[in-house]
Design a binder for this molecule. Structure first.
Ligand code: DGY
Length: 273
């Protein structure tokens, strides 16, 4: 059993030797695992989809509210002892009702985020590699858009795609330049989906209005250009960090291992591409 911090590749498999039968990651994302290197050696690879969907969607909405309503900035102001008083124009933020949320990757977590955003009165547009499951567009009143159009239209862009060669730096300087200057970017997927240096530059230049980040390109490091900014809400990869969720993830990973050792199909193998 591994976490997202371990690099599991051919060298890992060779070091483990022929006795290695399964690698079960306690995570839904498996970009740290070279799946072909393992499956070609007869090693079964499994992950933990489903059990962390709600927790991750919740933290996405937490970051959204934090950055749009300036909660972190407000807390820092209070804790610093800076004098303040209620004024009609004091620390005004951005409301969500009637705004458009652009979901990049309408998988389980993307759909859970969209459901929550609908409850906040947001409109949903989405993009992704695969068409949404039948009935999803109707349920979420969601419209498909190609990525460039989604970036140009959304007031909030939220990333829920896996990290692959195709999605590495999907949000780069060009993508950021396509977004509205009033728009916010959320990343609760994987850090390298965003070019963090380009994001820091875009925030400096006012290309976009802010960002909410739970994951980082060079975790646990955070780009220094993001750390001091009040228009960025930051969390230390807390998407699945609840007691119940981490317990469910670890239990599912253990069930995956036990199934393989019994010669059975694990409950949640990584999908064949
Ligand atoms: C995952 O499961 O991929 C998260 O990033 C860690 O919980």
């Amino acid at each position: 059993m591994v976490t997202l911090k371990e690099r599991v590749d051919a060298a890992f498999a060779d070091a483990a030797g022929p006795g290695l039968r399964a690698v079960a990651t306690v995570a839904v994302g498996y970009d740290n695992i070279d799946v072909p290197a393992l499956t070609s050696r007869g090693v079964v690879v499994a992950h933990t989809p489903g059990v962390l969907t709600d927790a991750t969607a919740d933290i996405t909405l937490g970051l959204l509210l934090s950055v749009t309503r300036r909660l972190g900035e407000g807390e820092r102001l209070l804790r610093s002892g800076t004098p303040w008083s209620f004024e009609l124009d004091f620390m005004l933020g951005t409301g969500l009702t009637g705004r458009t949320l652009g979901i990049v990757g309408l998988g389980q977590i993307g759909r859970a985020v969209a459901r929550r955003a609908r409850a906040f009165g947001m409109e949903i547009v989405y993009t992704g590699r695969r068409p949404a499951p039948a009935g999803t567009e109707e349920e979420l009143a969601a419209a498909y858009l190609p990525l460039p159009e989604l970036l140009a239209r959304a007031d909030v862009v939220s990333l829920h795609c896996p990290l692959t060669a195709d999605t590495h730096h999907l949000i780069d300087a060009d993508a950021l330049a396509t977004m509205k200057p009033t728009a916010f970017l959320l990343n609760t997927a994987r850090g390298p989906v965003v070019d963090e240096a380009a994001l820091a530059d875009a925030l400096d230049a006012g290309t976009i209005a802010g960002a909410g980040l739970d994951v980082f390109e060079h975790e646990p490091e955070v780009h220094p250009g993001l750390l001091g900014r009040d228009d960025v809400a930051l969390a230390p990869h807390l998407g699945s960090a609840t007691v119940a969720t981490r317990t469910a993830m670890a239990t599912l990973a253990a069930r995956n291992v036990v199934a393989v050792l019994r010669g059975e199909r694990p409950p949640t193998p990584v999908p064949a591409d």
